[in-house]
Design a protein around this ligand. Structure first.
Ligand code: ZN
Length: 397
């Protein structure tokens, strides 16, 4: 459901528009193995003429599975690529395609960027949108937010899609199972960041929904710590499906429940800076975010003498080693990055509007740089913790 909340009852549309909006969930979620062939009836509710947005491979793999459903209901689909990126230029081109084809609704398929583009095109054109993730790499199929990048993949800004929940999310595990193992691992990195960021941005809140969002983020972390290694080893298994639900659905639900106040912090700020250093480099969003968690924890250790952050970082290093998440710049393929480029990334991550400033202490680029190159440092004995509890239950050996 999409839910708008307000503290009092607005009398005009303008007044209503200025009030905080909480977009909680897609209106409907369908899950199952091989269900794409059976969704014709439900798609036909949105119309008979659609624009389907994805990347080259996600379009072909999804359309081949969707074809029986489309044919049964005589639904026409016009494919549209989000390439070169989820950018303003692609948005303008795809909005023109909607106009040209007189589309009734939008289908988005693929990873985070395709889905973000589809949601934004639908939002701008005031059309319904159906999301069909083709991997478990992000929770973009759920969230009412789109990230905008340059045509070369550098992060620029995000757009909240107020009232722009996907109308339908179709999670076909058979489709997800065709994606490379690396996409699930990246999704685990992006999802586990919810705890390390939400506990900083909202961990001290007394507001009921924020308390709930932070606690759900803790539950999500524990599920991932306990089940990820087995899930990565056994695609298609029960435990794999639970981890897919965690990265695609629960991570999205937490973002919805927490709303604008339950924000990303250091891990995503580091990701955003890195996208400017090497936009052509093909590391996934969740891989950069996972590295960013370690950088954020390292900052908490270095600036605050936070012992719990140090312990959490050691725990994550072990976990990353088990499932193959990157822990260092080398692991991200940035072993040859120049000091100048690294400083440039740190400066972007510390920009005036960066979420890194949600940390409870000021951060300057030199400190961030020092944290970025020491994510695997051994732990010295530090002073007392000044932060919230960070150490989770760990999978039994
Ligand atoms: Zn993310």
């Amino acid at each position: 459901m999409c839910e708008k909340t307000s503290e009092n009852f607005p009398s005009t549309t303008a007044e209503f528009a200025s009030l905080p909006t909480l977009t909680v969930a897609p209106k409907q979620v369908m899950r199952g193995f091989g269900i794409l062939a059976q969704v014709g009836d439900i798609l036909a509710r949105f119309g008979r003429n659609s624009l389907i947005i994805g990347g080259d491979s996600s379009l072909s793999v999804t359309l081949s599975r969707l074809q029986p459903a489309l044919a049964a209901q005589q639904i026409v689909t016009h494919p549209g690529s989000y390439r070169p990126d989820c950018s303003e230029a692609s948005l303008a081109r795809l909005m023109a395609a909607v106009e040209r084809h007189q589309a009734d609704f939008i289908i988005g398929t693929g990873g985070g960027k395709s889905l973000d583009m589809a949601k934004l095109v639908a939002h701008r054109c005031n059309l319904p949108v159906v999301t069909i993730p083709s991997s478990a790499a992000t929770c973009a199929a759920w969230t009412a937010l789109s990230n905008i990048y340059s045509d070369r993949g550098a992060f620029l800004y995000d757009v909240p899609l107020d009232g722009g929940c996907p109308d339908l999310l179709i999670l076909d595990y058979e489709l997800i199972a065709t994606a490379p193992k690396r996409t699930l691992v990246a999704g685990i990195g992006d999802a586990i960041a919810k705890w390390y960021e939400a506990s900083v941005s909202s961990g001290h809140s007394e507001q009921t929904l924020l308390v709930a969002a932070v606690q759900q983020a803790r539950v999500l972390r524990d599920i991932l710590l306990q089940k990820s290694a087995a899930a990565v080893e056994q695609p298609g298994s029960e435990v794999w499906r639970e981890v897919v639900d965690a990265t695609v659905l629960l991570a999205g639900a937490i973002g919805g429940l927490g709303g604008a106040q339950c924000r990303t912090v250091g891990a995503h700020a580091v990701h955003n800076g890195l996208t400017h250093v090497d936009p052509e480099h093909h590391t996934l969003h969740g891989e950069k975010v996972a590295y960013g968690i370690l950088v954020q924890l390292r900052l908490e250790e270095m600036v605050q003498n936070n012992q719990l952050a140090a312990t959490a970082r050691q725990q994550l290093l072990k976990f990353y080693g088990e499932i193959g998440l990157p822990a260092t710049l080398d692991d991200l393929g940035l072993e040859n990055i120049t000091l100048k480029d690294l400083k440039g990334a740190a400066e972007i991550s510390c920009g005036p509007n960066s979420d890194i400033h949600r940390l409870p202490f000021p951060v300057v680029p030199d400190q961030l740089l020092a944290a970025m190159v020491s994510t695997t440092a051994t732990v010295e004995r530090l002073g007392n913790s000044q932060s919230v509890e960070r150490v989770g239950s760990f999978p039994k050996e």
